[in-house]
Design a binder for this molecule. Structure first.
Ligand SMILES: Cc1cc2nc3c(=O)[nH]c(=O)nc-3n(C[C@H](O)[C@H](O)[C@H](O)COP(=O)(O)OP(=O)(O)OC[C@H]3O[C@@H](n4cnc5c(N)ncnc54)[C@H](O)[C@@H]3O)c2cc1C
Ligand SMILES: Cc1cc2nc3c(=O)[nH]c(=O)nc-3n(C[C@H](O)[C@H](O)[C@H](O)COP(=O)(O)O)c2cc1C
Length: 595
């Protein structure tokens, strides 16, 4: 769990002033705190440096802007780490979310490091869209003399690998910027590569401008209430250092006649270092289906190697059919037909609905163990919205996992992590998990604020945690759940719990949309529209709106419906409605956790 650094009791202010300042600091966002830091540094410089007595002597520092475009937090956490490393390199670094940045910030920067993730199909993260469009647009400012370095985050499973980082890097150069360090494009196992690159980029940026920076006062927080580091603190359990947690409960939530398979999984630990907040995600480090690994070994002529099977089952990605993998396979085997897959859209056509096994079966070659492993990337973890409150279930994390199964090209396919849980784990066994904080999907700090929670299918997961948390903390604010699924009888996830929460008052309203219970399809966005008058009242009262679940199938339609609802107050002007939704986003009152 993270908390805001507060002024220690020994700060050079009266006790009353410390209380007053802490009230402001406790509510502040990282951007506001960075702004204040910059303001005071600038103020002191303008006063001729009449600064308070510093604990460490003030040093001139070179300004550095660190900017990130992030959806699920990876780029954000790299930016936060870069700030710490930058301080060691002698920079006065400030970190900005692209959501809060504009072209003026870019125009003023002299040295900049950008961490940019790619989402959708080669798109920027949702909160970074405006900045990205402005940067790519005709009115972007000239950036002559700006020294920049870009780290791109992505996943080689996607055709548009690291597209956003690549385009930002090229655009900064086209606008006159000077590339201080070459861009690096990182796959899902980015941790070490990113740390090494950050160090290199900081060294390259450092020598050009070591003077003239603001004078920064180093405050020693020792003995105070907070270290000042908690806000950006890494969780105790990460993908690189996971927790082995017991699976205490595993239940299929859908009825027997359902077309869905959604598992409620409870992970238990007595390790007090395991903490999370409602809205965070839990990562599962899965293991592959041994049957599939065995097929893979057989088709490459390695069938009898049990140790290799186990190693690949636990640690390597055996399903993703990526371009880098095909390039490496073509190089390794020297096959012209595999090389031909890399021309035009041949790979996109071949890879549609196919996996690695199809490549090996279609273009078979005998490989040795080393060659096979050299083709595979590490098996990435999968994220799941935490569906519980730690206050309601100490030592536990609950997840709601939809099982992925489909048929293609005559084969039964299985999602790696979801079927690892559904088929290959049982209560009493364990799995490796980690915590992925999501600072952009949080309950309001003030428990009296109304909340509107919109989700379909497994998108309901975080709301179970939200409502439990508000019940545990005695939050007085109203809460309203919009839930959508296919069928009332079989797919009403956590139905009894919602009824209990309604009875206790922890949940004020629930509206459901079951798409297949009537001839016409009804989805959550239809319910939102029907209930728009009351929704508008809640929004006017300051409600926070949350959307969680499928991006393509639900979140886009919900977004469009909210725009229409907000537009009603401005004579149906959709542009004004869109602007209002953006304002709500900026104010942290419209938060999305979509995938
Ligand atoms: C922040 C975040 C939170 C999330 N929260 C949840 C959650 O609470 N609950 C939840 O269930 N999931 C959640 N997810 C999704 C989850 O992380 C996994 O992506 C999902 O469970 C699939 O993982 P898997 O390993 O089972 O499947 P994978 O092995 O990763 O296979 C999935 C891939 O298979 C392919 N595929 C799947 N279905 C088909 C099909 N019908 N036809 C063709 N190809 C197909 C697609 O390429 C797809 O990307 C979340 C994702 C994110 C990023
Ligand atoms: C729904 C979804 C879509 C994605 N689309 C792409 C993509 O088109 N190209 C790519 O390189 N990576 C893609 N990724 C991978 C992310 O860029 C990668 O997970 C990155 O580390 C996320 O960084 P963030 O946590 O800062 O948002 C996608 C991931 C998800 C979950």
């Amino acid at each position: 769990m993270t908390s805001i650094p507060l002024l220690p009791k020994n700060a050079p202010f009266s006790a009353e002033d410390i209380d007053a300042l802490n009230k402001v600091v406790a509510k502040s966002t990282p951007l506001q705190r960075s702004w204040l830091a910059g303001f005071f540094a600038g103020f002191e410089a303008a006063q001729g440096g009449a600064a308070p007595v510093p604990v460490a002597p003030p040093k001139p520092r070179s300004p550095l802007t660190i900017l990130y475009a992030s959806e699920s937090g990876n780029a954000e956490s790299l930016a936060m780490k870069a700030k710490k490393a930058a301080t060691k390199h002698g920079f006065d670094a400030k970190v900005y979310d692209m959501a809060d940045a504009d072209m003026a910030l870019l125009g003023k920067a002299r040295n900049i490091i950008i961490y940019a993730a790619t989402w959708g199909e080669g798109d920027p993260p949702s909160r970074a869209v405006d900045f990205y469009q402005d940067l790519m647009g005709d009115n972007a400012p000239r950036l002559d003399g700006l020294r920049f370095a870009v780290l791109a985050l992505g996943d080689t499973a996607y055709a548009q690998f690291c597209e956003v980082g690549k385009r930002i890097d090229a655009r900064l150069e086209a606008l006159g910027g000077i590339r201080a360090a070459d861009r690096v494009d990182c796959d899902l196992d980015f941790a070490k590569q990113a740390t090494d690159w950050t160090d290199k980029a900081l060294s390259k940026l450092a020598p050009a401008d070591t003077g003239g920076g603001a004078r920064v006062v180093h405050v020693d927080f020792k003995g105070g209430a907070a270290t000042g580091e908690e806000d950006d603190a890494e969780p105790a359990f990460t993908a690189e250092s996971p927790l082995e947690a017991e699976i205490s409960t595993l239940i299929n939530l859908n009825g027997t006649g359902s077309t869905r398979e959604t598992w409620h999984a409870e992970f238990t630990t007595d390790d007090p270092a395991f903490t999370y907040a409602p809205g965070d995600a839990i990562g599962i480090l899965p293991e592959n289906d041994p049957v599939l690994v065995d097929q893979l070994l057989k088709v490459t002529g390695l069938s009898s190697d049990a140790a290799l099977l186990l190693k690949i089952q636990k640690s390597y990605d055996v399903t993703t059919l990526s371009k880098p993998l095909v390039e490496n396979y073509a190089r390794l085997t020297g096959r012209a037909d595999v090389k031909a897959l890399l021309e035009g859209d041949a790979l996109a056509r071949f890879a549609a609905d196919r996996q690695l096994i199809d490549l090996f079966e279609t273009y078979p070659e005998v490989l040795n163990a080393e060659q096979l492993v050299s083709l595979l990337r590490p098996l990435p973890g999968r994220l799941y919205s935490v569906a519980s409150s730690l206050k309601a279930h100490p030592g536990e994390a609950h997840l709601t996992v939809g099982t992925v199964r489909w048929e293609s090209h005559g084969k039964s396919r299985k999602g790696v992590a979801s079927t690892y849980l559904a088929d290959r784990r049982k209560p009493g066994t364990s799995a490796r998990i980690y915590v992925k904080p999501n600072r952009h999907f949080r309950l309001p700090a003030d428990g009296s604020t109304p909340i509107i929670m919109i989700g379909a299918g497994t998108g309901v997961a975080p709301y179970r945690g939200f409502v439990e948390e508000r019940a545990e903390t005695g939050a007085s604010g109203k809460s309203w759940l919009f839930f959508g699924e296919r069928n009332f009888t079989n797919d009403f996830l956590y139905q009894l719990e919602w009824q209990d929460h309604l009875a206790s008052g922890a949940l004020s309203n629930i509206d459901v949309a079951f798409s297949r219970d009537q001839p016409e399809k009804i989805y959550v966005q239809h319910r939102l529209w029907e209930r728009r008058a009351e929704l508008q009242r809640w929004i006017a009262e300051g409600a926070h709106i949350y959307v969680c679940g499928d991006e393509k199938g639900m979140a886009k339609d919900v977004d469009a419906t909210l725009v229409k609802i907000l537009a009603e107050n401005v004579k149906g002007d959709e542009e004004a409605g869109r602007l209002r939704l953006k304002e709500l986003t900026k104010a942290g009152r419209y938060q999305r956790d979509v995938y």
